[in-house]
Ligand binder design. Structure first.
Ligand SMILES: Nc1ncnc2c1ncn2[C@@H]1O[C@H](COP(=O)(O)OP(=O)(O)O)[C@@H](O)[C@H]1O
Ligand SMILES: [Mg+2]
Length: 254
């Protein structure tokens, strides 16, 4: 078996008496599509915080791409190949879709002063524009490139967040409920986009998602969190057939 790209062992996180995560271990392989599901408050976003360095776990270790990343801040983990989107949409007012991508690209290449750079009109190079165009095209966003990001529908806004994360050229993409607030059609489009991203960019994806049909369509492997503990892990179809999971998450009575 090839070495996992991400491996977390025994991650525990408490907030003032609340045990948000209890001894959680998980692995994501290179180019694998994995998902984390669980009820509200189960600890899913906290798990992402611990994996990406936003929070420091009380116990446990995280390895990424062959090395420990426990001491690294989020920006250093991003440079190592972790990119993330947040549960709440996080786009900047007054910036076009293309500007969002340019800022992310410059953060990666560490060229110039980022936001000030974009606002003071330092002209993007043709290399920068090429990288942005490739991502816009991959996600079907070309015709919106010059629009202010906040003028787009929520579905497209979420695609812009995905586009921005891709500008970091990640090895592993962490997506926190990318279908949240989307209707069925937008959710299906998000699913199509994620499959395209995974196949064309060859990256791994770890998806937090409450939409079970979407998880079933996308993820090869899944993890189920309940009250901060992993109650199931394995191939998606096996996990969804598990009685414990059906009771805890899907509300099955028998
Ligand atoms: N920054 C924080 N400070 C205090 N408590 C938090 C914080 N973040 C999350 N929690 C608590 O940790 C638990 C897990 O939350 P969260 O990870 O957001 O769950 P999920 O994403 O599965 O809905 C909840 O009880 C939540 O209230
Ligand atoms: Mg959450």
């Amino acid at each position: 078996m090839t070495a996992p790209l991400l491996s977390a062992v025994g991650v525990t996180k408490r907030y003032a008496g609340i045990v948000a995560l209890q001894n959680v271990s998980l692995e994501v392989g290179p180019a694998e599509f994995a998902a984390v599901i669980g009820p509200n408050g189960a600890g899913k976003s906290t798990l992402f915080d611990c994996l990406t360095g936003v929070q420091r776990p009380d116990r446990g270790h995280v390895h990424f791409d062959g090395r420990p990343v426990d001491g690294l801040r989020p920006a250093a983990r991003a440079r190592a190949g972790m990119a993330r989107t947040f549960q709440r949409i996080e786009l900047f007012g007054g910036m076009s879709v293309l500007d969002h991508l340019l800022v992310a690209d410059r953060a990666r290449t560490r060229r110039g002063g980022l936001l000030t750079d974009v606002f003071t009109g330092s002209r993007p190079s043709s290399d920068e524009l090429d990288r942005c165009s490739a991502v816009l095209e991959l996600l079907g966003l070309q015709e919106w490139a010059e629009r202010p990001a906040e003028s787009l529908t929520l579905g497209r806004g979420r695609l812009v967040e995905l586009a921005r994360a891709l500008m970091c050229e990640p090895k592993l993409l962490f997506l926190d409920e990318p279908s949240s607030g989307l209707d069925r059609h937008e959710t299906d489009e998000m699913g199509d986009a994620l499959l395209r991203v995974q196949s064309e960019r060859g990256l791994a994806i770890l998806l937090i998602e409450h939409d079970v049909p979407l998880v079933q369509r996308l993820a090869e492997r899944m993890y189920v969190l309940d009250y901060g503990e992993l109650i199931a892990a394995g191939p998606t179809d096996e996990v969804l057939a598990d009685q414990k999971v059906r009771v805890a998450y899907l509300g099955a009575s028998t």
